[in-house]
Design a protein around this ligand. Structure first.
Ligand SMILES: Cc1cc2nc3c(=O)[nH]c(=O)nc-3n(C[C@H](O)[C@H](O)[C@H](O)COP(=O)(O)OP(=O)(O)OC[C@H]3O[C@@H](n4cnc5c(N)ncnc54)[C@H](O)[C@@H]3O)c2cc1C
Length: 413
Protein backbone atom coordinates (compact mmCIF):
# COMPACT_ATOMS: atom_id res chain seq x y z
CA UNK A 1 0.00 0.00 0.00
CA UNK A 2 1.37 3.45 -0.92
CA UNK A 3 0.23 6.25 1.36
CA UNK A 4 0.88 9.90 0.61
CA UNK A 5 0.25 12.60 3.21
CA UNK A 6 0.24 16.28 2.28
CA UNK A 7 1.02 18.54 5.23
CA UNK A 8 3.44 18.03 8.12
CA UNK A 9 1.34 19.70 10.80
CA UNK A 10 -0.20 17.80 13.69
CA UNK A 11 -3.01 16.25 11.60
CA UNK A 12 -0.52 14.93 9.03
CA UNK A 13 1.94 13.48 11.50
CA UNK A 14 -0.79 11.93 13.66
CA UNK A 15 -2.15 10.21 10.56
CA UNK A 16 1.34 8.99 9.62
CA UNK A 17 1.93 7.59 13.11
CA UNK A 18 -1.45 5.87 13.15
CA UNK A 19 -0.95 4.29 9.74
CA UNK A 20 2.47 3.01 10.79
CA UNK A 21 0.96 1.51 13.94
CA UNK A 22 -1.50 -0.57 11.90
CA UNK A 23 0.49 -1.07 8.71
CA UNK A 24 4.17 -1.64 9.52
CA UNK A 25 5.13 -2.32 5.89
CA UNK A 26 3.23 0.22 3.77
CA UNK A 27 5.21 2.98 2.09
CA UNK A 28 4.46 6.38 3.62
CA UNK A 29 5.51 9.61 1.90
CA UNK A 30 4.87 12.82 3.80
CA UNK A 31 5.15 16.07 1.85
CA UNK A 32 5.27 19.34 3.74
CA UNK A 33 6.41 22.83 2.95
CA UNK A 34 7.79 23.52 6.42
CA UNK A 35 11.16 21.84 6.92
CA UNK A 36 11.43 22.11 10.72
CA UNK A 37 10.65 19.12 12.95
CA UNK A 38 6.91 18.87 13.72
CA UNK A 39 6.10 21.58 16.26
CA UNK A 40 3.32 22.97 18.42
CA UNK A 41 1.81 25.74 16.32
CA UNK A 42 -0.31 27.34 19.09
CA UNK A 43 2.89 27.91 21.09
CA UNK A 44 4.59 30.15 18.53
CA UNK A 45 3.03 33.13 20.27
CA UNK A 46 4.94 32.17 23.42
CA UNK A 47 8.14 32.61 21.42
CA UNK A 48 6.93 36.03 20.35
CA UNK A 49 6.27 37.12 23.93
CA UNK A 50 9.60 35.69 25.08
CA UNK A 51 8.12 33.09 27.45
CA UNK A 52 9.91 30.22 25.66
CA UNK A 53 12.68 29.77 23.10
CA UNK A 54 12.00 28.11 19.71
CA UNK A 55 13.76 24.95 20.95
CA UNK A 56 10.69 24.23 23.10
CA UNK A 57 8.34 24.04 20.11
CA UNK A 58 8.99 20.58 18.57
CA UNK A 59 6.42 17.91 19.43
CA UNK A 60 8.44 15.05 17.91
CA UNK A 61 12.16 14.33 17.87
CA UNK A 62 14.50 15.01 14.95
CA UNK A 63 14.51 11.27 14.07
CA UNK A 64 10.72 11.13 13.84
CA UNK A 65 10.54 10.39 10.11
CA UNK A 66 13.45 7.91 10.08
CA UNK A 67 12.14 6.02 13.11
CA UNK A 68 8.77 5.47 11.44
CA UNK A 69 10.34 4.73 8.06
CA UNK A 70 8.59 7.68 6.45
CA UNK A 71 9.90 9.27 3.28
CA UNK A 72 9.82 12.95 4.20
CA UNK A 73 9.71 15.42 1.32
CA UNK A 74 10.08 18.66 3.24
CA UNK A 75 10.39 22.25 2.14
CA UNK A 76 8.15 21.46 -0.83
CA UNK A 77 4.59 22.29 -1.79
CA UNK A 78 2.10 20.08 -3.56
CA UNK A 79 0.66 22.01 -6.49
CA UNK A 80 -1.77 19.51 -7.95
CA UNK A 81 -3.63 16.25 -7.35
CA UNK A 82 -4.46 14.04 -10.33
CA UNK A 83 -7.46 12.09 -9.12
CA UNK A 84 -7.51 9.71 -12.13
CA UNK A 85 -3.81 8.92 -12.24
CA UNK A 86 -3.64 8.87 -8.41
CA UNK A 87 -0.62 11.17 -8.24
CA UNK A 88 0.33 14.42 -6.57
CA UNK A 89 2.67 16.97 -8.10
CA UNK A 90 5.59 18.56 -6.28
CA UNK A 91 7.68 20.78 -8.54
CA UNK A 92 8.88 18.58 -11.42
CA UNK A 93 8.21 15.37 -9.52
CA UNK A 94 5.09 13.37 -8.95
CA UNK A 95 4.25 10.83 -6.27
CA UNK A 96 1.80 7.97 -6.80
CA UNK A 97 -0.61 6.95 -4.07
CA UNK A 98 -3.17 4.29 -3.24
CA UNK A 99 -4.44 6.34 -0.30
CA UNK A 100 -3.96 10.06 0.07
CA UNK A 101 -4.42 12.40 3.02
CA UNK A 102 -4.82 16.15 2.57
CA UNK A 103 -3.82 17.83 5.84
CA UNK A 104 -2.63 21.21 4.65
CA UNK A 105 -4.15 23.19 7.52
CA UNK A 106 -5.19 26.77 7.00
CA UNK A 107 -3.83 29.97 5.51
CA UNK A 108 -4.25 33.34 7.19
CA UNK A 109 -7.11 35.31 5.67
CA UNK A 110 -5.47 37.99 3.53
CA UNK A 111 -6.38 41.67 3.77
CA UNK A 112 -7.18 44.05 0.97
CA UNK A 113 -5.21 47.16 1.82
CA UNK A 114 -2.86 49.22 -0.27
CA UNK A 115 0.75 48.86 0.87
CA UNK A 116 0.14 45.55 2.66
CA UNK A 117 3.35 44.15 1.14
CA UNK A 118 5.55 46.64 3.01
CA UNK A 119 8.20 45.32 5.39
CA UNK A 120 7.21 44.60 9.00
CA UNK A 121 3.66 43.65 8.03
CA UNK A 122 3.19 39.95 8.67
CA UNK A 123 0.90 37.10 9.55
CA UNK A 124 1.44 34.85 12.55
CA UNK A 125 0.84 31.32 11.34
CA UNK A 126 4.23 29.63 11.51
CA UNK A 127 7.66 29.74 13.14
CA UNK A 128 9.14 31.78 10.30
CA UNK A 129 6.50 34.46 10.74
CA UNK A 130 7.44 34.81 14.40
CA UNK A 131 11.15 35.00 13.58
CA UNK A 132 10.37 37.73 11.03
CA UNK A 133 8.35 39.60 13.64
CA UNK A 134 11.11 39.30 16.23
CA UNK A 135 13.64 40.66 13.75
CA UNK A 136 11.26 43.54 13.05
CA UNK A 137 10.98 44.42 16.73
CA UNK A 138 14.38 46.07 16.76
CA UNK A 139 13.71 49.82 16.98
CA UNK A 140 9.95 49.19 16.94
CA UNK A 141 7.87 51.05 19.50
CA UNK A 142 4.32 50.99 18.13
CA UNK A 143 2.52 47.90 16.95
CA UNK A 144 -0.78 47.54 15.15
CA UNK A 145 -2.72 44.28 15.28
CA UNK A 146 -5.50 43.74 12.76
CA UNK A 147 -8.19 41.45 14.09
CA UNK A 148 -9.35 40.52 17.55
CA UNK A 149 -9.53 36.74 17.15
CA UNK A 150 -7.36 34.19 18.92
CA UNK A 151 -4.27 34.86 16.81
CA UNK A 152 -4.76 38.63 16.92
CA UNK A 153 -5.12 38.51 20.68
CA UNK A 154 -2.03 36.31 21.11
CA UNK A 155 0.02 38.60 18.87
CA UNK A 156 -1.14 41.69 20.77
CA UNK A 157 -0.36 40.08 24.10
CA UNK A 158 3.12 39.05 22.92
CA UNK A 159 3.92 42.51 21.61
CA UNK A 160 2.69 44.14 24.84
CA UNK A 161 4.98 41.81 26.76
CA UNK A 162 7.84 42.95 24.53
CA UNK A 163 7.17 46.50 25.70
CA UNK A 164 5.51 47.91 22.60
CA UNK A 165 2.53 50.24 22.57
CA UNK A 166 -0.12 48.10 20.87
CA UNK A 167 -3.30 49.10 19.07
CA UNK A 168 -5.80 46.42 18.08
CA UNK A 169 -8.38 47.07 15.39
CA UNK A 170 -11.50 44.92 15.53
CA UNK A 171 -14.20 44.99 12.91
CA UNK A 172 -16.75 43.39 15.23
CA UNK A 173 -17.70 45.07 18.49
CA UNK A 174 -15.49 43.02 20.80
CA UNK A 175 -12.47 40.67 20.80
CA UNK A 176 -12.69 36.89 20.35
CA UNK A 177 -16.11 37.25 18.74
CA UNK A 178 -15.80 33.77 17.19
CA UNK A 179 -15.14 32.22 20.59
CA UNK A 180 -17.32 34.09 23.11
CA UNK A 181 -20.55 36.06 23.34
CA UNK A 182 -20.85 39.83 23.65
CA UNK A 183 -20.93 39.97 27.45
CA UNK A 184 -17.72 37.97 27.83
CA UNK A 185 -16.23 39.83 24.87
CA UNK A 186 -16.79 43.18 26.58
CA UNK A 187 -15.19 41.85 29.78
CA UNK A 188 -12.18 40.79 27.73
CA UNK A 189 -12.06 44.15 26.01
CA UNK A 190 -12.08 46.00 29.35
CA UNK A 191 -9.35 43.73 30.67
CA UNK A 192 -7.15 44.34 27.63
CA UNK A 193 -7.67 48.10 27.90
CA UNK A 194 -6.89 48.00 31.62
CA UNK A 195 -3.55 46.42 30.77
CA UNK A 196 -2.63 49.08 28.28
CA UNK A 197 -3.92 47.76 24.96
CA UNK A 198 -5.53 50.38 22.74
CA UNK A 199 -8.61 48.52 21.45
CA UNK A 200 -10.61 50.15 18.64
CA UNK A 201 -13.80 48.56 17.36
CA UNK A 202 -15.80 48.86 14.11
CA UNK A 203 -12.73 50.09 12.27
CA UNK A 204 -10.25 48.72 9.72
CA UNK A 205 -6.90 49.57 8.16
CA UNK A 206 -7.38 50.44 4.51
CA UNK A 207 -3.81 51.35 3.48
CA UNK A 208 -0.23 51.45 4.72
CA UNK A 209 2.62 53.83 4.00
CA UNK A 210 6.32 53.61 4.60
CA UNK A 211 9.68 53.61 2.95
CA UNK A 212 10.21 49.87 2.50
CA UNK A 213 9.02 49.36 6.06
CA UNK A 214 5.60 50.29 7.39
CA UNK A 215 5.38 53.61 9.21
CA UNK A 216 1.73 54.68 9.01
CA UNK A 217 -1.66 52.99 8.74
CA UNK A 218 -4.65 54.73 7.16
CA UNK A 219 -7.83 53.76 8.96
CA UNK A 220 -11.39 53.51 7.68
CA UNK A 221 -12.51 56.51 9.77
CA UNK A 222 -10.06 58.73 7.87
CA UNK A 223 -7.46 58.90 10.65
CA UNK A 224 -3.81 57.85 10.49
CA UNK A 225 -1.92 55.76 12.98
CA UNK A 226 1.88 55.63 13.26
CA UNK A 227 3.11 52.02 13.51
CA UNK A 228 6.45 50.22 13.16
CA UNK A 229 5.06 46.71 12.98
CA UNK A 230 1.72 45.31 11.83
CA UNK A 231 0.34 41.81 12.48
CA UNK A 232 -2.57 40.51 10.45
CA UNK A 233 -4.79 38.24 12.51
CA UNK A 234 -8.08 38.23 10.63
CA UNK A 235 -8.80 34.53 10.91
CA UNK A 236 -7.89 31.64 8.64
CA UNK A 237 -9.20 29.84 5.58
CA UNK A 238 -8.69 26.14 4.77
CA UNK A 239 -5.54 25.75 2.62
CA UNK A 240 -7.02 24.04 -0.41
CA UNK A 241 -6.02 26.20 -3.40
CA UNK A 242 -4.34 23.22 -5.11
CA UNK A 243 -7.31 20.87 -4.64
CA UNK A 244 -9.27 20.09 -7.85
CA UNK A 245 -12.68 21.31 -6.71
CA UNK A 246 -14.44 19.83 -9.70
CA UNK A 247 -13.40 16.38 -8.46
CA UNK A 248 -13.04 16.62 -4.71
CA UNK A 249 -16.09 18.15 -3.03
CA UNK A 250 -15.41 21.32 -1.09
CA UNK A 251 -17.50 23.79 0.83
CA UNK A 252 -15.57 26.17 3.10
CA UNK A 253 -13.27 23.20 3.77
CA UNK A 254 -12.82 19.83 2.11
CA UNK A 255 -16.02 17.92 2.78
CA UNK A 256 -15.41 14.56 4.47
CA UNK A 257 -17.59 11.77 5.81
CA UNK A 258 -17.33 10.23 9.27
CA UNK A 259 -14.29 8.20 8.15
CA UNK A 260 -12.60 11.43 7.07
CA UNK A 261 -12.85 10.29 3.46
CA UNK A 262 -13.57 12.90 0.79
CA UNK A 263 -16.01 12.52 -2.11
CA UNK A 264 -13.25 10.56 -3.90
CA UNK A 265 -12.65 7.04 -2.59
CA UNK A 266 -9.18 6.63 -1.11
CA UNK A 267 -8.61 10.37 -0.64
CA UNK A 268 -8.96 11.60 2.92
CA UNK A 269 -8.68 14.99 4.64
CA UNK A 270 -8.09 15.98 8.27
CA UNK A 271 -7.36 19.00 10.43
CA UNK A 272 -7.99 22.68 9.71
CA UNK A 273 -8.59 21.96 6.03
CA UNK A 274 -11.42 19.47 6.62
CA UNK A 275 -15.13 20.07 7.11
CA UNK A 276 -17.37 17.69 8.97
CA UNK A 277 -20.35 17.92 11.30
CA UNK A 278 -20.06 20.16 14.35
CA UNK A 279 -21.57 18.28 17.30
CA UNK A 280 -23.16 21.29 19.00
CA UNK A 281 -24.39 23.05 15.87
CA UNK A 282 -25.37 19.81 14.17
CA UNK A 283 -24.29 21.18 10.82
CA UNK A 284 -21.16 20.93 8.63
CA UNK A 285 -18.42 23.15 10.05
CA UNK A 286 -14.68 23.73 10.02
CA UNK A 287 -13.39 23.77 13.59
CA UNK A 288 -9.79 24.85 13.16
CA UNK A 289 -8.43 23.85 16.54
CA UNK A 290 -5.52 21.69 17.61
CA UNK A 291 -7.35 18.90 19.51
CA UNK A 292 -9.70 18.27 16.57
CA UNK A 293 -6.74 18.14 14.16
CA UNK A 294 -5.26 15.40 16.36
CA UNK A 295 -8.58 13.50 16.59
CA UNK A 296 -9.20 13.72 12.88
CA UNK A 297 -5.64 12.66 12.06
CA UNK A 298 -6.10 9.58 14.19
CA UNK A 299 -9.45 8.67 12.59
CA UNK A 300 -8.08 9.26 9.09
CA UNK A 301 -5.02 7.13 9.82
CA UNK A 302 -7.10 4.24 11.14
CA UNK A 303 -9.40 4.24 8.13
CA UNK A 304 -6.54 4.66 5.66
CA UNK A 305 -4.86 1.64 7.23
CA UNK A 306 -8.00 -0.43 6.70
CA UNK A 307 -9.91 -0.13 9.99
CA UNK A 308 -13.45 1.20 10.00
CA UNK A 309 -13.73 3.92 12.58
CA UNK A 310 -16.19 6.80 12.67
CA UNK A 311 -15.51 10.27 13.95
CA UNK A 312 -18.38 11.63 16.06
CA UNK A 313 -17.92 15.21 14.84
CA UNK A 314 -15.98 18.20 16.10
CA UNK A 315 -16.64 20.74 18.82
CA UNK A 316 -15.31 24.27 18.92
CA UNK A 317 -13.73 24.98 22.28
CA UNK A 318 -11.08 27.18 23.77
CA UNK A 319 -9.48 27.86 27.12
CA UNK A 320 -7.46 31.01 27.39
CA UNK A 321 -6.10 33.28 30.11
CA UNK A 322 -6.32 36.98 29.45
CA UNK A 323 -4.42 38.76 32.23
CA UNK A 324 -6.73 38.21 35.25
CA UNK A 325 -9.51 36.51 33.30
CA UNK A 326 -9.73 32.78 32.72
CA UNK A 327 -11.96 32.12 29.73
CA UNK A 328 -13.47 28.83 28.69
CA UNK A 329 -15.97 28.57 25.87
CA UNK A 330 -17.34 25.90 23.59
CA UNK A 331 -20.17 24.97 21.27
CA UNK A 332 -22.95 27.44 20.46
CA UNK A 333 -22.15 30.62 22.38
CA UNK A 334 -24.43 33.01 20.52
CA UNK A 335 -27.60 31.11 19.63
CA UNK A 336 -29.97 32.57 17.07
CA UNK A 337 -33.18 34.14 18.42
CA UNK A 338 -35.02 30.91 18.09
CA UNK A 339 -37.50 29.08 20.32
CA UNK A 340 -35.31 25.99 20.00
CA UNK A 341 -32.65 27.50 22.23
CA UNK A 342 -32.77 28.49 25.87
CA UNK A 343 -30.07 30.47 27.58
CA UNK A 344 -29.20 30.77 31.27
CA UNK A 345 -26.84 33.43 32.57
CA UNK A 346 -25.07 34.09 35.85
CA UNK A 347 -23.24 37.40 36.06
CA UNK A 348 -21.36 38.90 38.98
CA UNK A 349 -19.57 41.94 37.59
CA UNK A 350 -17.84 42.77 40.91
CA UNK A 351 -16.20 39.38 41.05
CA UNK A 352 -15.68 39.28 37.28
CA UNK A 353 -17.58 36.04 37.20
CA UNK A 354 -19.74 35.21 34.23
CA UNK A 355 -21.41 32.05 33.04
CA UNK A 356 -23.70 31.43 30.15
CA UNK A 357 -25.14 28.08 29.25
CA UNK A 358 -27.02 27.41 26.04
CA UNK A 359 -29.51 24.57 25.84
CA UNK A 360 -31.34 22.99 22.98
CA UNK A 361 -34.15 20.97 24.50
CA UNK A 362 -32.59 18.78 27.19
CA UNK A 363 -29.13 19.09 25.73
CA UNK A 364 -26.41 21.50 26.71
CA UNK A 365 -25.02 22.80 23.41
CA UNK A 366 -22.86 25.73 24.42
CA UNK A 367 -21.11 27.52 27.26
CA UNK A 368 -19.09 30.61 28.04
CA UNK A 369 -17.32 30.94 31.36
CA UNK A 370 -15.28 33.84 32.63
CA UNK A 371 -13.33 32.89 35.78
CA UNK A 372 -14.31 29.97 38.01
CA UNK A 373 -13.72 27.66 35.06
CA UNK A 374 -12.37 24.73 37.07
CA UNK A 375 -15.18 22.34 36.26
CA UNK A 376 -15.91 23.62 32.80
CA UNK A 377 -14.29 20.55 31.28
CA UNK A 378 -17.23 18.46 32.46
CA UNK A 379 -19.64 20.83 30.79
CA UNK A 380 -17.68 20.52 27.57
CA UNK A 381 -17.80 16.74 27.94
CA UNK A 382 -21.57 16.98 28.36
CA UNK A 383 -21.86 19.01 25.16
CA UNK A 384 -19.58 16.61 23.35
CA UNK A 385 -21.45 13.48 24.41
CA UNK A 386 -24.82 15.07 23.56
CA UNK A 387 -25.94 13.69 26.89
CA UNK A 388 -29.44 14.36 28.11
CA UNK A 389 -29.63 16.56 31.18
CA UNK A 390 -31.24 14.91 34.19
CA UNK A 391 -31.05 17.78 36.65
CA UNK A 392 -32.73 21.19 36.53
CA UNK A 393 -30.79 23.34 34.10
CA UNK A 394 -30.34 26.10 36.70
CA UNK A 395 -28.17 23.87 38.88
CA UNK A 396 -25.45 24.03 36.26
CA UNK A 397 -25.08 27.74 36.80
CA UNK A 398 -24.25 27.60 40.48
CA UNK A 399 -20.62 28.46 41.15
CA UNK A 400 -18.86 25.75 43.13
CA UNK A 401 -21.29 23.09 42.00
CA UNK A 402 -19.72 19.67 41.76
CA UNK A 403 -20.56 18.83 38.20
CA UNK A 404 -19.11 15.37 38.72
CA UNK A 405 -22.23 14.44 40.70
CA UNK A 406 -24.54 15.24 37.87
CA UNK A 407 -25.96 12.28 36.08
CA UNK A 408 -25.95 12.19 32.36
CA UNK A 409 -27.73 9.70 30.19
CA UNK A 410 -26.38 9.26 26.67
CA UNK A 411 -28.82 10.53 24.07
CA UNK A 412 -30.39 7.87 21.88
CA UNK A 413 -29.56 8.66 18.29
C1 LIG B 1 -0.74 31.64 16.71
C2 LIG B 1 -1.70 30.48 16.76
C3 LIG B 1 -2.31 30.18 17.96
C4 LIG B 1 -3.20 29.11 18.04
N1 LIG B 1 -3.77 28.84 19.24
C5 LIG B 1 -4.57 27.77 19.35
C6 LIG B 1 -5.13 27.42 20.61
O1 LIG B 1 -4.93 28.11 21.61
N2 LIG B 1 -5.93 26.31 20.68
C7 LIG B 1 -6.18 25.53 19.58
O2 LIG B 1 -6.86 24.52 19.71
N3 LIG B 1 -5.66 25.84 18.37
C8 LIG B 1 -4.88 26.94 18.22
N4 LIG B 1 -4.35 27.25 17.01
C9 LIG B 1 -4.76 26.45 15.83
C10 LIG B 1 -3.93 25.17 15.67
O3 LIG B 1 -2.58 25.50 15.59
C11 LIG B 1 -4.39 24.44 14.42
O4 LIG B 1 -5.75 24.07 14.59
C12 LIG B 1 -3.58 23.19 14.12
O5 LIG B 1 -2.22 23.51 13.98
C13 LIG B 1 -4.10 22.53 12.84
O6 LIG B 1 -3.27 21.46 12.49
P1 LIG B 1 -3.21 20.96 10.96
O7 LIG B 1 -2.22 19.84 10.95
O8 LIG B 1 -4.57 20.74 10.45
O9 LIG B 1 -2.65 22.21 10.13
P2 LIG B 1 -1.29 22.99 10.24
O10 LIG B 1 -0.75 22.97 11.62
O11 LIG B 1 -1.52 24.31 9.59
O12 LIG B 1 -0.30 22.15 9.32
C14 LIG B 1 -0.46 22.06 7.93
C15 LIG B 1 0.92 21.98 7.29
O13 LIG B 1 0.75 21.76 5.88
C16 LIG B 1 1.62 22.62 5.17
N5 LIG B 1 1.09 22.87 3.84
C17 LIG B 1 0.08 23.70 3.47
N6 LIG B 1 -0.14 23.63 2.15
C18 LIG B 1 0.74 22.74 1.66
C19 LIG B 1 1.01 22.22 0.36
N7 LIG B 1 0.32 22.62 -0.71
N8 LIG B 1 2.01 21.32 0.21
C20 LIG B 1 2.73 20.92 1.29
N9 LIG B 1 2.52 21.34 2.55
C21 LIG B 1 1.54 22.25 2.72
C22 LIG B 1 1.63 23.87 6.04
O14 LIG B 1 2.72 24.69 5.76
C23 LIG B 1 1.71 23.27 7.43
O15 LIG B 1 3.03 22.96 7.78
C24 LIG B 1 -3.47 28.32 16.89
C25 LIG B 1 -2.85 28.64 15.68
C26 LIG B 1 -1.98 29.70 15.61
C27 LIG B 1 -1.32 30.04 14.30
Amino acid sequence: MRYVIIGNGVAGITTAETIRQYDPKGGITLIGDESAAPYCRPMISLVLEGAITPEKLPIRGSRFYDDLNIQAVLGNRVTDIDVEKRTVTVGDSSYGFDRLLIATGADPRPIKAEGAALGNISYMRNQDHVQTMLAGLRDARRALVLGGGLVGFKAAYGLLRRGLAVTMLIRSGYPLSMQVDEEAGMMIRDELVRHGLDVRVDIEAIAFEGNGRVRTAHLSDGSRLPCDIVVIGKGVLPALAFVPRDRIRTDLGIVVDGRMETSVAGIFAAGDVAEYVDIARNTPWVNAIWPEAVNQGRIAGLNMAGRRVTYPGSLSRNVIRIFDLDIMAGGVVDPPQDALYRTLVFNNANKKLYRKLVFQGDHLVGMVMVNGIEQGGLLLAAIQSRAQLKVPRETLLEPGLNYGRLLWRPAIA
